[in-house]
Ligand binder design. Sequence first.
Ligand SMILES: [Mg+2]
Ligand SMILES: [Zn+2]
Length: 230
Amino acid sequence: MALTDRQPTPPPRAGQLPLVQAQREDNPTPGRRRAVFLDKDGTLVENVPYNADPTRLRFTPYALEALTLLSAFDYTLVVVTNQPGVALGRFDQRALNALEQGLRELLAAAGVTLAGFYACPHAPAADPNFACACRKPAPGLLFAAAEALDIDLARSWMVGDILDDIEAGRRAGCRTLLLDVGHETEWRYAPQRVPHARVRDLFDAARLIVARDLDHTGQEELPCAWTLGA
Ligand SMILES: [Mg+2]
Ligand SMILES: [Zn+2]
């Protein structure tokens, strides 16, 4: 599917850009970018436990198409991932950095830019007094990204394959989508763990995100074929 053949990002409506610029000059408000936060294992790439080998990265179905679509609509793309393998000694931070670099290169080859890669290196099993602010379901990774990348969390989305991702997204004030492909096995529900919607794959997620946000900007019709599936 060649998304680049489809319609480009809609131009801003008349008067929109000067207004936004004026607001920034008069009253600079942090967090103007809208982001899609993506869990890595089981969401963006197939889950290979404790993998730090970039050559073993495999994207989930339609992941690249999804990220291409989101990029076309100017979403900032950020990976937020728990990597307890660091604390457990399965691999070190340098190996994790190489994995990040490999992921960035695979995405760049598809024309997709990753704005950020935020990983929690901690592991409850490695420390009986475990506490960190970044391991999902805590929202610390999202807060760190928002601060560094000028992201408006309320206009952003979190997509993940388990309810800990959903909780992290909700605690950060984002809307949340559960990639419901059988990876969650415990289903410990609480209000913070209920996804705003469930999707079958990342392209489903991207279509829903674009459609919802176009609704909220007052645009009445979706461009061409980007209508929501049944
Ligand atoms: Mg996952
Ligand atoms: Zn952590």
